[in-house]
Design a protein around this ligand. Structure first.
Ligand code: BG6
Length: 467
């Protein structure tokens, strides 16, 4: 452990081994993250790539260069040569014990390896089992990509398989949303300011809305997405984790894992979702996407109302919608406050409610929608208080950079724990058991019109706040 590191951090990694180094995620995200970590001076250990492809060290370095050129642009040669010098390659079949012996040799006596598994989920326990058999897991940490299971039962089963070899503290489950700076900003904004906390409850908030919208379709991910759908792809994990931060109780200062504990408490207070308060949609054209099964009923849009049974939130609806082929790429969460009464000013209109929005995408920031007098008229109009989070454009750590950097440095609070994973699956499980029909929607719209019925009588879905 480096000098001065807080005592709850684990030892820093002395090697990073990446299973699935030749795959798509590595090409699009991992090499970019490693390059940025190298440029920031945050990489100190060797990196061993493992995959089935018949490559050698040089081929891996060429692939790294191509991937970085494709995702970052032309690399700085000094940075790239430092990164390339760390890379070595082990070819092998994950079902063959010999592969893990060779991985063991490549680790070169490292005592605190981090294994990053960016491989299809059905191989997670095979690889962890192989590492265990080869005696490589004693002081190791294993980073696991999402999805962690496809429902509550499979998440428990997967965890049980991993725990034959690993302790909970050794398993680092990635939810890349938690590595986003604006998601971390939510906790800061809520709790390093004292003005929000007194109004952040059922007395003042009428409802909460969250949107995760993308203005593109499933593209080349038909095989993955058709088996998953919007509920499993982004709501069970990204959306609920963000809601956890928006709605949890304040973390306590004397416990390093307090944020994960407070989120867990919140998830436990969430009622299991009601299938009658769930709308699924599929964009027209999804069935033509390569590798999508004929007649597939997978949802590319989902909207749901959730409830939290605790002192702070009882009776406040939480609406979430997420979808592909929407009119904009936007990810935000808004607390809508109660309306003021009609006061006979502003032409006697009832004022609109104030809204506090945390915007994750496209430009991170937060906005308090206020109203003020329209100059020269007896009317009111929006007068927003806006804070943009981006301080040095392009320099904030990106999610994978932050999370891989944390895994290597031995910092674990941004990884999801099994208890929270199980609670979030519990919340959405009734929707998986009883999904209801999938309704068509035209691309470039906000999903099927039935999604508006969900909020009727309480609110309308807010137009995303765009720059
Ligand atoms: C991923 C989903 O976890 O998150 C994708 O699998 C989705 O379908 C993505 O597009 C959204 O995250 P981001 O960071 O790209 O907005």
């Amino acid at each position: 452990m480096s000098k001065g590191a807080p005592k709850h951090d684990a030892a820093a990694a002395d090697v990073l081994a990446i299973f699935g180094i030749s795959g798509d995620l590595a090409k699009k995200m991992t090499f970019r993250a490693l390059y940025r970590l190298e440029a920031a001076g945050k990489l100190e250990c060797p990196i061993v790539g493992v995959a089935i492809d018949d490559w050698d060290d040089e081929r891996l370095r060429r692939h790294a260069r191509e991937s970085i050129a494709g995702s970052v642009g032309d690399p700085d040669e000094d940075v790239f040569s430092r990164l390339a010098a760390r890379l070595s390659y082990v070819q092998g079949d994950y079902t063959d014990a010999d592969t893990f012996k060779r991985v063991g040799v490549a680790l070169g006596g490292a005592e605190h390896p981090v294994f990053y598994l960016e491989i299809p989920p059905f191989l997670f326990s095979t690889v962890v089992g192989g590492l265990g058999q080869a005696g490589l897991t004693e002081n190791a940490h294993v980073v696991i990509e999402k999805p962690f299971g496809h429902d509550l039962e499979s998440a428990r089963a997967l965890n049980a398989e991993l725990c034959v070899v690993l302790e909970e503290e050794q398993i680092l489950r990635i939810d890349h949303y938690l590595g986003k700076e604006p998601v971390m900003d939510i906790t800061y904004l809520r709790f390093v300011n004292s003005i929000l906390e007194p109004v952040w409850n059922r007395e003042h908030v009428s409802h909460v809305q969250m949107t995760i919208a993308e203005d593109f379709g499933v593209d080349d991910r038909g095989r993955f997405y058709d088996a998953v759908g919007a509920m499993r792809d982004v709501i069970q994990n990204h959306a609920l984790q963000v809601l956890g931060l928006v709605a949890m109780e304040p973390p306590t200062g004397n416990h390093h894992d307090s944020i994960r504990d407070k989120k867990l408490e919140l998830f436990k207070a969430m009622r299991a979702a009601d299938p009658k308060r769930y709308v699924r949609g599929q964009y027209e054209g999804f069935l033509d996407v390569k590798d999508v099964a004929p007649g597939s009923t997978t949802e590319t849009f989902a909207a749901v109302e959730l409830e939290i049974d605790n002192w702070r939130w009882s009776g406040v609806p939480f609406f979430i919608r997420a979808g592909k082929c929407m009119p904009s790429k936007s990810s935000e969460v808004t607390a809508v406050f109660r309306r003021p009464p009609q006061l006979g000013i502003g032409h006697g209109k009832t004022p609109e409610p104030n809204k506090m929005t945390f915007r994750i995408e496209p430009v991170p920031g937060s906005r308090m929608r206020m109203y003020a007098k329209k100059a020269g008229e007896e009317a009111f109009e929006p007068a927003d208080l806006e804070v943009l989070f981006e301080k040095v454009p392009g320099e904030d750590p990106e999610p994978y950079e932050r999370l891989l950097g944390d895994a290597i440095a031995g910092r674990h609070p941004l990884f999801t724990r099994q208890d929270a994973v199980e609670e979030t699956w519990r919340v959405v499980q009734p929707l998986l058991d009883e999904p209801g029909p999938v309704l068509p929607y035209a691309p470039d719209t906000w999903g099927p019109k039935e999604a508006n019925d969900l909020t009727r009588g309480i609110a309308q879905w807010s137009e995303p706040w765009l720059p």
